[in-house]
Design a protein around this ligand. Structure first.
Ligand code: NAP
Length: 288
């Protein structure tokens, strides 16, 4: 019986598929773009592709047909809540035995973090659906630091509205490995996992780390939330996504993103990657 991975061309899910295939599992993927899926997975035998709209009942019936467990993960967009709810409804119709949902560390209706509010709405729908489920609530992806890369490379500095908020990070590669473990082992299911790597930093501390790694001074320049929003909109970022990015800063300042846990290490059975390791590995992107 295959395991279903949705949003499989995405950053988290693509890694999940690779781990599942390496463990010899048959995998079905649900994607909106078949060609992108073919490029992502090459000629990987054992990966069955179902493509189409995630709110199309016929597509969902095909995706969830005779599946034991599914991973629900979609990128952030104004459509995310509608699409994830439709997928949960599709899973109910297909009598899916278990659904593992990717959520967020700051999931709450009162969260300052925009995606925290979206996930709270989706989680409510999942709980009300009657499906058996597992919730994975990861910390901020360390890849978010790439948002600063071009500015650091060009000007040895970057701006933001979170001068004091501490942010816990997770490396997507470790997250993908943990997701695959939970999908493969029924004994690990049915819980809510808060997942983070080993460390949390303020942005000025990230600047210090980058200074050491790059061998020259890098500065984090604090600006007001209004100035941050104007800068994001001025850079051509659509309003909805600018609001999401700004909320990463305001949520950090509100202390919502700082939670460290040892759950990831316990699941993996080895040390998760650190922020410093990630920055050393990707230093070229921060150099001019
Ligand atoms: N970034 C963080 O710091 C962070 C922290 C905690 C939790 N999360 C959560 O992690 C999730 C994102 O995971 P990820 O980074 O692995 O996702 P991702 O790479 O951004 O995208 C995952 C999948 O969603 C699909 N997708 C995106 N927008 C879509 C749309 N409007 N309609 C249909 N499909 C769409 C993408 O399809 P294509 O490949 O075809 O584009 C991709 O297959 C979000 O729910 C986010 O809240 C993020």
């Amino acid at each position: 019986m295959p395991l279903l991975v949705t949003g499989a061309t995405g950053r988290t899910s693509a890694g999940v598929v690779r781990h599942l295939r390496a463990a010899g599992e048959d995998v079905r993927v649900l994607v909106r773009d078949r060609d992108k899926a073919k490029k992502t997975f090459g000629d990987a035998n054992g990966v069955e592709i179902v493509d189409g709209d995630f709110d199309d009942e016929a597509v969902l019936a095909k995706a969830f047909d005779v599946v034991d467990v599914a991973f629900l993960a979609l990128g952030s967009s104004p459509d995310q809540v509608r699409l994830e709810k439709a997928m949960i409804d599709g899973a109910v119709k297909a009598e899916l035995p278990h659904l593992v949902k990717l959520s967020s560390t700051a999931t709450s209706h009162d969260s300052v973090l925009l995606v925290g509010q979206l996930h709270a709405e989706i989680e409510d729908h999942l709980v009300a659906s009657g499906l058996a489920y597992t919730l994975l609530r990861p910390a901020s992806y360390v890849n978010n630091l790439f948002y600063a890369a071009s500015s650091v490379a060009a000007e040895n500095s970057w701006t933001g509205a979170a001068p004091t908020g501490r942010v816990a990070y997770i490396d997507i590669r470790d997250l993908s490995e943990a997701v695959a473990l939970v999908l493969r082992d029924p004994a690990l299911r049915g819980r809510t996992y808060g997942l983070s790597g080993p460390d949390a930093y303020t942005f000025p501390e990230i600047a210090e780390l980058l200074s050491r790694i790059l061998g020259h001074e890098v500065k984090y320049v604090p600006v007001s939330a209004d100035d941050r929003r104007s800068a994001l909109l001025g850079a051509g970022i659509p309003e909805w996504f600018a609001g999401l990015l700004l909320s990463l800063d305001t949520s950090a300042e509100a202390g919502e993103l700082s939670t460290l846990t040892t759950t990831l290490k316990e699941l993996l059975g080895h040390e998760p990657r650190t922020v410093e390791e990630f920055l050393i590995e990707n230093a070229a992107q921060f150099r001019n």
